[in-house]
Design a protein around this ligand. Sequence first.
Ligand code: AKG
Ligand code: FE2
Length: 171
Amino acid sequence: MDIGGKIAESMGLKSDYCKEWPCQFRINKYHFTPQSVGSAGVQLHTDSGFLTILQDDENVGGLEVMDKSGEFVAVDPLPGSLLVNLGDMATVWSNGRLHTVKHRVQCKEAKTRVSIATFLLGPKEEAVDPPPELVDSDHPRLYNSFTYEEYRKLRLSTELQAGEALALVRN
Ligand SMILES: O=C(O)CCC(=O)C(=O)O
Ligand SMILES: [Fe+2]
């Protein structure tokens, strides 16, 4: 399913923006023990790419997303479902219309937890510029022009993992 294309279409744009963008695939395995209950399996972060399709563990919960007010909302297991969340590149590409999602994984019980993530990153070599339709005098360009790889390196070098690096690339 072309989720990136559907997002672009929903914004009145043509749907072929992210067809050639690279993806990354990762299996997360958490060996939760009685000692780790109550602690973080994954610290609070945003995903650096455009969007993530997550097949979460069907039995062991722990994923929490942060809402607008800064409260954590648990995403309980829902067998047979996939979860899509937006990352920093969605905010940059959409000129601020789409919001990156802060999330973390908490250890709730002493069980092994597995999640499977597919990350749609961003353009391979070109800059992550917003489509011209999303920039006008009412919506001036919010971010500088940079490639996904440059942004990823900035996040790594600054250790700003929860979307704060976006402030460093503001126009
Ligand atoms: O394991 C999860 O539910 C989330 C994993 C995650 O946030 C990530 O891989 O970026
Ligand atoms: Fe994540």
